[in-house]
Design a protein around this ligand. Sequence first.
Ligand code: SF4
Length: 252
Amino acid sequence: MLDLLRLRFRQGYQTSPYPKTDVAFPDHFRGRPAIDASKCEENCRACADACPVGAISLEPLRIDLGACTFCPVCEKACPPGAVTYTHDHRLAARTRDELVIGDSEVRLATALDDESRRLFGRSLRLRQVSAGGCNGCEAELVALGNVVFDLARFGIQFVASPRHADGLVITGPVTDNMRAALLATYEATPSPRLVIAVGACAISGGPFAGARESGDGVPAGMPVDLYIPGCPPHPFTIMDGLLRLLGRMEPS
Ligand code: SF4
């Protein structure tokens, strides 16, 4: 017992105080891109041509966070600095359209309606479906259970069966081989149920978009309540999106 207490004293309190305080990310972390179209040179399309996933559109310059893999290619292709990456980890949105951002736009996920918050706000059980991705997103979801992030302190937990779940967390582009399993899992989740798309693959197909036998994300007809961009998203990005959805964060 004394040894345990000594160990506890030595290790201290390791759980992050987020969201009570902000998070300091390392220099190499790439969060929300900042767009300053006034720095664009005439007829330049270097960033759009360089983007490996076609996430950038021009006139006006916009980035689709649902397709972006947060690689540094567009930033490097633009010496004037029209596109740069910030350390802002808040990326989640409620609609697909809100993921397409332009000049200095920050659109954060809004909360569920009052009735849904009454149902899910204090206790949310989620079933994760890995639908053909690379496992990067799943690794970050697993990290949410460790002592640093400790997602369970907010009443949010992952469960083994869709029958015990309030919603699905979907990762991967939804390959042909996983489509039927995903739809069956969706049907097995009692209504009302939430659908949360995590990662570029689940939102748009990500790096696999258009590939043979790979889908372009959550199938049409499955309504998505929350999109969490990234490839993969940082655990704090996922946590931020979930807490905003449940109305547990300040709106801005
Ligand atoms: S979004 Fe990126 S990290 Fe997540 S499954 Fe797809 S390729 Fe992997």
